[in-house]
Write a protein that binds this ligand. Structure first.
Ligand SMILES: *Cc1c(COP(=O)(O)O)cnc(C)c1O
Length: 464
């Protein structure tokens, strides 16, 4: 499979190079040249074969040619071996025909583990084969950093540096980043906010000499390999509920549009998905896009579902590329207007196509809290605020009750104990397998918000 950029001006790459590159050189995102189809009888054959074998069947056509079947299956097995549930992504019933797909059984209790754990294994494989090493640098407001550290800790070919805003992540999130003892893991507390961290990462990538010297690599949510890993659980969930013989709908708590774009890919591969519901908190640029056709930035408002507090939804560009008939120049024009004027109007045909496939819903802070409380009362389930946004949006747009509705449960409630406790009166506790981080020694380096200081630290600490 070959990968092309959404802006049409970057080199066409194989899966391995697209994964290592992350962002395309023209500023676009890599997408597969074609979408492989899985015929209905093969989807039917996925029933009961387990998560790992489904993952292999779904992903193999996308990586073919660059990673052998045995290598891919080995990477999948290692990636998910540490998950705490045999099903990896179990379904929990919350209503007559309504379900939560629990994606929080990985090592850091959020769905990002599904992609990060696999990408860690694939990086090790591809780099080992080439005799290369990389320095991964990323900024985090919480979940992404811990998932990346968990995925890359102890790997030979990789050093990982995660920048987080000093004093501004939750205690659990910080401890997840600062307690791993492996020498290739570096949690860095920047004296600044999340935007400062992100600006520092960008500046390091834009310093091309430094970037080459350190072999910098990124594993943020625009990396195609991350999206691909997320396609898998749409298949396992839908097949459990009767696909390919009956369609299934999904409601997806959305920030960067990565998780829900994976659902769109599953549908294009032939999985009978009826509706895809874009669920947002008050940072609702995507909900407004679906309802008004205007994609316009507003300021970010902090919420109790912080992993969706985003105003630039990077992966939406991948959908735009499809909605605009894969016209790279048209994508460039809209992204330019987003950058310069803060927004754009979707062309009419593109908007019609968007609405054909997607619904959307928004939850205010009060609605999110009320949903957490109602879930606890009605079903006994204690859900996290991101998942609650998905439940609320699903209820808003619930059409055909005969079609199963699956809400993606994106995080464990114990990652957000204060908000959940306040909403429903039950303060969720960390699963036993994570309890040790509350006592373990922390290791972190505090740096000023200063590019030169940070670059000096990386030069000193990274193995090359
Ligand atoms: C990252 C994240 C999201 C948003 O996912 P996107 O792929 O960015 O849309 C939702 N919930 C949780 C808990 C997350 O960590």
């Amino acid at each position: 499979m070959r990968y092309v950029s959404t802006r049409g001006q970057a080199p066409v790459l194989g899966f391995d190079d697209a994964m290592l590159a992350g962002l395309a050189r023209d500023g676009g995102l890599y997408v597969p040249e074609t979408v492989p189809q899985i015929p209905a009888h093969e989807i039917a054959d996925l029933a009961g074969i387990g998560y790992e074998r489904t993952a292999f069947a779904v992903m193999q056509p996308f990586v073919g040619g660059t990673i052998s079947d045995a290598e891919l299956y080995g990477a999948i097995e290692r990636a998910y071996a540490g998950f705490a549930h045999a099903a990896r992504a179990p379904l929990v019933q919350i209503g007559e025909n309504d379900w939560i797909l629990e994606l929080h059984h990985g090592p850091t209790l959020a769905f990002k583990d599904f992609a990060m754990q696999l990408i860690g294994q694939l990086f090790e494989l591809v780099l080992g084969r080439r005799g290369q090493r990389v320095t991964i640098v990323g900024a985090t407001s919480g979940d992404t950093g811990s998932a990346a550290i968990e995925a890359f800790r102890g790997l030979d070919a990789v050093d990982v540096f995660i920048l987080y805003p000093h004093g501004r992540v939750s205690e659990i999130q910080r401890r997840q980043m600062t307690t791993p003892t492996e020498a290739n893991v570096h949690a860095i507390a920047v004296e600044g906010d999340f935007d400062d961290c992100q600006a520092l990462v960008k500046a390091m990538f834009n310093d091309h000499a430094f970037r080459d010297e350190m072999s910098l690599a990124a594993v943020n949510s625009i990396n195609w390999a991350r999206v691909l890993a997320q396609v898998v659980y749409y298949f396992t969930a839908a097949v459990s509920l009767g696909a390919p013989h009956r369609p299934v709908s999904f409601s997806v708590p959305t920030g960067n549009f990565g998780d829900i774009f994976a659902g769109h890919v599953a549908k294009r591969m032939g999985l009978p998905i009826d509706r895809l519901v874009i669920a947002t908190n008050r940072n609702d640029i995507l909900h407004r896009t679906v309802t008004t056709g205007m994609h316009v930035k507003e300021g970010v408002q902090p919420t109790i579902s912080p992993s969706m507090d985003i105003q630039i939804s990077s992966n939406f560009e991948r959908l735009l590329f499809e909605l605009l008939d894969r016209d790279g120049q048209a994508v460039i024009n809209l992204m330019e207007s987003l950058r310069q004027q803060g927004g754009f109007a979707l062309p009419e045909t593109a908007l019609a196509r968007l609405r054909q496939e997607f619904d959307s819903g928004m939850a205010t802070e009060d609605e999110t809290r009320a949903t957490i409380a109602a879930m606890r009362e009605v079903t006994g389930q204690v859900i996290d605020p991101h998942t609650a946004v998905g439940v609320k949006a699903a209820a808003d747009v619930r059409g055909n009750a005969g079609t199963p509705m699956v809400v993606l449960g994106t995080a464990h409630a114990a990652k957000f104990p204060d908000a959940v406790g306040q909403a429903c009166g039950v303060r969720p506790v960390l699963p036993a397998r994570l309890a040790h981080i509350e006592l373990a020694r922390e290791r972190t380096t505090v740096v000023p918000n200063d590019l030169a200081a940070l670059q000096a630290l990386l030069r000193q600490e990274a193995r090359r």
